[in-house]
Design a protein. Structure first.
Length: 353
């Protein structure tokens, strides 16, 4: 299926998940929150650019979206997470992004066209003591959409109030189950009852403060361990959320030796990944990668430094060459892309597209 077939082109109210439904693994199964910031002309123009970068390969002056890993620390060891396997292998570096580096990123982006940020990659963002100040800074600088994923385990009343008042537009709780047994087998290191209470606390705090933001989404990574719970996932978590979603399991780095797939993915050999025209990922280590799922940093575009800014990386040769290979249906020549079941399946050299 080509990318155009995944989008309702007549819909002017652009789908508002961070991937805009351009990746077939992602599905919002419940949505009830209608917030004002999505109706503004600036936001609508941003979502139009988001589509045009994907469909027409329009190259913007600066990435529309940045995934910013404010920390690579995490307190859980989820078996489907690439971080877990790399920690076990002894090749994971725990780092905390400093506030001044974050501000430099936002300052450059705000000046050059940045519209959205996700304050995650593979760490638990609530471990960064400056997280609320970071969100507030980005909001005051004019970033339209500020989102964050969390496992919910570090949430408390003070944190909840701070996040609601910070300018955060979306928070995604990664929960994966509706039962204690399954949840604690997947979210290793967490306690089901405590996390449920934390999610409930956040929802009640937002309601008490009479705010529509941040939009609360609760998500599931759908795999063999929890697939039988999908039909009841929305009804269980819906009372605490504006949106419910699930994403298909992906063995992105090939390091997970357990078969967790619910169904076999059909290859799409003509797919050109929209991420190359839309976004970049800034890891806590300072390395900038093309893909937010590239835990091994196999497609590193450059390293952020005093002499090397994001604009120069965005305009750099590595990204230009990667885009060209995707457009020529030769993504298999890129190590980080070959075998990516996120969007394409495995394409071997010599196969016809």
């Amino acid at each position: 299926m080509e990318i155009k077939k995944n989008i309702n082109q007549k819909n002017t109210n652009y789908v508002d998940d961070e991937l805009n439904q351009l990746y077939s693994h992602f599905k919002v199964i419940k949505e009830k929150n209608n917030v004002d910031f999505k109706k503004t002309e600036e936001y609508q123009n941003y979502r139009k650019d988001w589509r045009d970068t994907a469909l027409k390969h329009k190259i913007t002056n600066f990435p529309l979206h940045l995934d910013i890993e404010v920390t690579s620390y995490c307190n859980l060891a989820c078996p489907m997470c690439p971080r877990t396997h790399r920690v076990e292998m002894g090749n994971w570096e725990n780092r905390m992004m400093k506030l001044d580096k974050f501000k430099r990123i936002i300052d450059e982006g705000a000046e050059k066209g940045l519209k959205a940020i996700n304050l995650n990659n593979f760490g638990e963002s609530l471990y960064n003591k400056n997280i609320i100040e970071m969100i507030n800074y980005a909001s005051k600088k004019g970033v339209l959409d500020i989102m964050m994923h969390t496992n919910g385990t570090k949430m408390d009343h003070k944190m909840a109030e701070g996040l609601v008042e910070s300018g955060l537009t979306r928070i995604i709780f990664s929960m994966d189950s509706i039962s204690k047994e399954i949840y604690e087998k997947i979210r290793i290191g967490a306690t089901f009852e405590e996390t449920v209470n934390n999610v409930k606390l956040f929802y009640e705090t937002r309601e008490k403060l009479k705010s529509k933001l941040p939009v609360i989404r609760i998500s599931m990574v759908r795999m063999k361990e929890n697939d039988h719970e999908v039909k009841n996932f929305s009804s269980f978590w819906g009372k605490y959320a504006d949106e419910i979603s699930y994403t298909d399991y992906r063995n992105q780095d090939g390091l997970d030796k357990v078969d967790r797939y619910v169904k076999t993915k059909k290859e799409n050999k003509s797919y050109a990944c929209p991420a190359l025209w839309q976004r970049m990922t800034i890891n806590a280590t300072g390395e900038v990668t093309a893909c937010c799922r590239d835990a091994g940093k196999r497609l590193t575009l450059g390293k952020l430094s005093e002499k090397n800014n994001l604009k120069s990386i965005w305009d750099g040769q590595v990204l230009k060459d990667s885009r060209a290979l995707h457009e020529k249906k030769q993504a298999y020549k890129i190590d980080a892309c070959n075998g990516c079941d996120h969007i394409r399946g495995v394409i071997r050299p010599g196969e016809k597209a």
